[in-house]
Design a protein around this ligand. Sequence first.
Ligand SMILES: [Zn+2]
Length: 162
Amino acid sequence: MPVKVNLRVLGEKDESEFLSGELPLEEFAGDLVDPLMRFGRPLEYELEASLQPDGVLLQGSLRTRLDCQCGRCLKAFKLPLEIEDFSALAPLSGEDAMVRDGDFGDLTPFLREDIYLALPTNPLCKPECRGLARKASTRDSRLEASEGEGPSPWAALDQLKL
Ligand SMILES: [Zn+2]
């Protein structure tokens, strides 16, 4: 189900309409062609739609999740994608006008647009991820690792050598 608003009702009651629900993956996820990420769950939306002279103003929040692979170390991880201050104007006329079907205006493209703009350009498992090369060098610094607070796997290995 696309996200739609009844424009006639919106105009008649002269107050904003609250819309909430989930946009299924097939309605928005298909255009994400990236070897490092794909959408992992439907797009949850909570919106307030209000009629303005030039369109329908949408305000609220959008939430979904990305299933990513780290661009540096290739580890798989899940990344929540949230827009807490989503705001968009769905025009009633002009080139970017919302598609209408009778009384209903389709808001889906406006949600899609913002969620695509919020995608990370280079997904990382953590901001300080140093990638595969760093991981390999950490293994070599055994002393450094055993000085840490927790029990180190290297300590056990050293015991075996005795
Ligand atoms: Zn990483």
